[in-house]
Design a protein around this ligand. Structure first.
Ligand code: GLU
Length: 432
């Protein structure tokens, strides 16, 4: 079983989508199920509707899953497992107040040492625990030995026992801390491999410790993906527009192109342009570079163009707001000066829009419009142009400039005969 475990706390980040895509590919390769676990236990950070938005994005990208779970529905298991640990003395109640702990943290900071909980409550006599009315958290006992994580991408990572303290698993209100909920849920779902972002590496030994303490000794495999950097070499954050999947989609990047790029980044694929389904045939986590991948929007633009070229004309036509496949073909011509469906849509819209003719050509344009109104249908641009030339007596710049603007809305652009081929059925609508 594989899982993708997004938090419904904001727009989906491309790093998260990359994690989802890799989980999907590997689940297909291993013939194991993929479940989606919405990690919604942090009530204050949850944003209403984000869970559905994430699922919609997964559907749009063709990421199939067998089940959607909500972490909050597992609360009774989290409580039961924490009780089990308390009962077996693998966890203990901690009555230290937040102010006290903040103070300790401050002291550690001032003496430039890493803060570790000092186990003040680790071995309180029973009479101080039972009937104690003070609020308390529940902490799991720190490990006695180093914890070794074997990661498919990072190799072996060793966490010394003293790097991990007795950390909190249940808050004072008895809601589970993130690591506890996550470790328990992975265990309950019988997860075999966890693919997630490298920001979770430091959580891994804690989650292993929790499962071991619960008597679950199955080795879960790990693959932590390197972070994605922006142009300035900084971690891509919410401030980088392109970090948001929603933004990229709104800007006219095709899901298939975004997926292609996210699989290509920091990887050694046998080819540059491909679809997700093909990647299942050759993808190997072992080929993912350990170092952070740099997001290159120009590369994504290039890939997007290639994917737009591969679209059926009818489908591309829908992206630019039409149903006629001729308009899809027309849009493909404009790929020579556009990278996204949004840009293509604007080009096509300008063809059908009311035209803004510069003063010097206004009179000629009016003449052309009048002639076109009564003109017969022409299959070829040459014949259409010759007809207007003969009827108007216009030639050279005075004919071609206003004619191009009347047909396309702009003075420059692709070969006009090629454009005409796909707009000839709409001439009456366009030249006005
Ligand atoms: N909910 C976590 C996140 O969105 C993922 C945790 C995990 O994959 O274990 O970053």
């Amino acid at each position: 079983m594989l899982r993708f475990a997004p938090s419904p706390t904001g727009d989906m980040h491309i790093g998260n989508l990359r994690v989802a895509i890799f989980n999907y590919i590997v689940s297909k390769q291993r013939n194991e199920e993929l479940i989606i676990r919405i990690e919604d236990t942090d009530k204050e950070r949850n944003i209403e509707g984000k869970d559905q938005e994430i699922l919609d994005i997964l559907n749009l990208f063709g990421i199939e899953y067998s089940q959607v779970m909500y972490q909050s529905n597992n609360k009774r298991f989290h409580s039961a497992m924490a009780l089990q640990l308390l009962h077996e003395l693998k966890a203990f109640n901690c009555f230290c107040s937040s102010a006290w702990l903040d103070n300790k943290r401050e002291e550690a900071k001032n003496s430039k040492t890493a803060y570790r909980y000092d186990d003040a409550c680790a071995s309180l006599p029973d009479e101080l625990v039972i009937d104690n009315e003070s609020p308390f958290t529940v902490r799991i006992r720190k490990p006695m030995e180093a914890i070794i994580v074997k990661d498919h991408i990072k190799g072996e990572i060793k966490f010394e026992a003293n790097e991990i303290d007795s950390f909190i698993i249940l808050r004072q209100d008895k809601t589970p801390m993130y690591n506890f909920a996550c470790a328990v849920d992975d265990m309950l779902s019988d997860v075999s491999l966890i693919i997630r972002g490298e920001d979770h590496v430091s959580n891994t030994p804690k989650q292993i410790l929790i499962r071991e303490a619960l008597g679950y000794h199955k080795k879960i495999e790990y693959a932590h993906l390197p972070i994605i950097l922006n142009d300035n070499g900084k971690k891509m954050s919410k401030r980088d527009d392109a970090s948001s999947v929603k933004w990229l989609l709104e800007e006219g990047y095709l899901p298939s192109a975004i997926a292609n790029y996210l699989i290509l980044m920091g990887n050694k694929p046998p080819k540059e342009i491909f679809h997700l389904a093909e990647a299942i045939e050759w993808f190997d986590l072992k080929n993912i570079a350990k170092s952070p991948a740099r997001f290159d929007i120009n590369m994504l633009k290039h890939i997007n163009r290639e994917h737009i070229k591969m679209l059926e004309p009818k489908e591309l036509s829908r992206y630019v707001g039409f149903a006629d496949e001729n308009i899809g073909e027309l849009a493909k011509i404009y790929l020579e000066e556009s990278n996204t469906t949004k840009e293509l849509k604007a080009k096509i819209a300008s063809i059908f829009a009311k035209k803004d003719i510069p003063d010097e050509f206004k009179e000629y344009a009016q003449t052309i419009v009048k002639i076109v109104k009564d003109a017969p249908y022409f299959e070829e641009y040459e014949d259409f142009k010759n007809y207007i030339m003969n009827e108007s007596g216009l030639k050279g710049k005075n004919l071609f400039k206003p004619l191009r603007i009347l047909l396309t809305g702009v003075e420059h652009g692709p070969d006009i005969a090629a454009v005409y081929k796909y707009i000839k059925n709409y001439i009456g609508e366009i030249v006005k």
